[in-house]
Design a protein around this ligand. Structure first.
Ligand code: HAM
Length: 425
């Protein structure tokens, strides 16, 4: 054990888990291709201003959770707490407005938020993030929601709940804020300390409070729908009609406001009962004013991000398949020093011919090497000792059936290929 461990809320993804992560990324990559989204790789840190202006100064993320530091040039830098602001920054910086719209991109990688760690909540966590930039059409929202659900379907997640709401736009939100503010003021005694302070600054955020006392107040809060302007209402109706048309079940949740300030119109989340209190596997929505907030022209956009750590937790709990566990074709077993050189050479030939192979360099006993072969889930063991070297052969043992035969060293690659393809058939 080292004296230094990973910081709180941060963890290693080790081989016994990493192949499952690779499977999840593979499924998202394939789904992205099927929906016409291209992968991009974005920086892990950005100028702090991007997030402060993009996500909003009064959000928990910007106020309390960012990993911000001065670099050696005294610039304020922040480890990205999410990818949407970066994606829009990249779209603007590379003048993607000149391309056919919408520009559909996705990325994956770690995000950083200084939150209190708990089940399903980490300080470094992974997201897959999908953004459709340049289209104001409600069907872009429907496509984004469908994409997330299709990926979850392919991963085998079950018992998910889709919540949707509209958070309006700068036209109609002030009226809704006023309505909410009047309502909450009338029940101020029942609100928690934090919500009382939210009343002035951002009454919408009260809707998000998880405290029991506040929840009973928010249950009767006026719904946003009544306050939406004509355009937002039409947009919301079309999103719902699109979801209905594709047979997507969802629940309207008037309390869904999301924790980031850039949302306009559609907001949605996908919840899993398998997760406890941190139950959102994915969240997203439309953000038509984000590009302007960071100094660009008007670029409508919609997207979502799904938490990979949480997806894995749900998949484990629901015993979903992760595809085939990694294994190797051949484990080379050497019985003495000379054979070890022979095995090294043979493995080189195997690998050049697409046969995956591994060996042990330590000169351990045959029994120990065979144990390693089964730990590595090898299909075959190729055994070389003094007598095989003399005869110019290799003993090939099928580790499933236990059968073994001696094969000429000259044709070992072809013979092993034949055995492996017969197994695969
Ligand atoms: P978000 O709701 O903050 O949205 O995060 C999206 C997802 O990331 C959550 O539903 C959850 O699965 C995962 N997540 C968030 N925080 C943590 C954490 N501390 N530990 C583990 N998982 C976490 C966004 O980030 C927006 N950028 C989504 C978006 C994209 N909206 C439009 N486009």
């Amino acid at each position: 054990m080292s004296e230094i461990s990973a910081p709180k809320g941060v963890r290693d993804i080790l081989p016994e888990e990493s192949w499952k992560w690779a499977y999840v990324f593979r499924v998202f990559r394939e789904t992205a291709e099927d929906f016409g989204y291209s992968e991009v790789h974005l920086p892990i840190f950005e100028h702090t201003e991007l997030f402060a202006r993009g996500i909003g100064d009064t959000t928990d993320v910007v106020e309390k959770e960012m990993y911000t530091f001065l670099d050696k040039g005294e610039r304020s830098i922040t480890l990205r707490p999410e990818a949407t602001a970066s994606m829009v920054r990249s779209y603007l910086e590379h003048r993607m407005g000149a391309l056919p719209q919408p520009v559909k991109m996705w990325c994956t990688g770690p995000m950083f938020r200084y939150e209190r760690p708990q089940k399903g909540r980490f300080r470094q966590f992974w997201q897959v993030d999908f953004e459709s930039l340049g289209s104001p059409h409600p069907y872009a929202d429907v496509e984004i929601i469908s994409l997330s659900l299709e990926a979850f379907r392919r991963l085998g997640l079950s018992h998910l709940e889709v919540l949707i709401n509209s958070v309006g736009c700068p036209e109609c939100r002030p009226a809704y804020r006023k309505t909410l503010s009047d309502y909450f003021s009338s029940r101020i005694d029942e609100l928690c300390e934090t919500c009382r302070s939210r009343l002035e600054r951002n009454p919408l955020r009260i809707l998000d409070c998880k405290r029991e006392s506040c929840r009973s107040v928010t249950e009767d809060a006026p719904a946003v729908y009544e306050s939406l302007c004509g355009e937002c209402r039409d947009h919301f109706d079309m999103v719902r009609a699109g979801l209905d048309g594709t047979g997507t079940p969802y629940r309207l949740d008037k309390r869904l406001v999301r924790g980031l300030d850039y949302y306009t119109k559609t907001a949605y989340e996908v919840l899993s009962g398998a997760l406890g209190s941190q139950n959102a596997v994915c969240g997203g929505g439309r953000y038509d004013n984000l590009a302007e907030a960071i100094g660009g022209p008007h670029v409508p956009g919609v997207g979502f991000a799904a938490g990979v750590d949480r997806i894995l937790m749900v998949m484990e709990q629901q015993e979903c398949s992760f595809g085939t566990e990694p294994s190797i074709d051949v484990y080379g077993v050497a019985l003495d020093r000379d054979s070890r050189a022979g095995i090294l050479h043979m493995l080189d030939l195997f690998r050049r011919n697409g046969i995956s192979a591994d060996m042990d360099f330590g000169g351990r006993s045959m029994k120990a090497q065979m144990k390693s072969a089964s730990a590595r889930k090898a299909r075959l063991a190729c055994i070389l000792g003094e007598s095989e070297l003399e005869r110019g052969t290799v003993t090939v043992k099928d580790l499933d059936s236990g059968e073994q035969k001696e094969i000429s060293a000259d044709s070992i690659v072809e013979e092993v290929q034949k055995i492996l393809s017969a197994v695969k058939d």
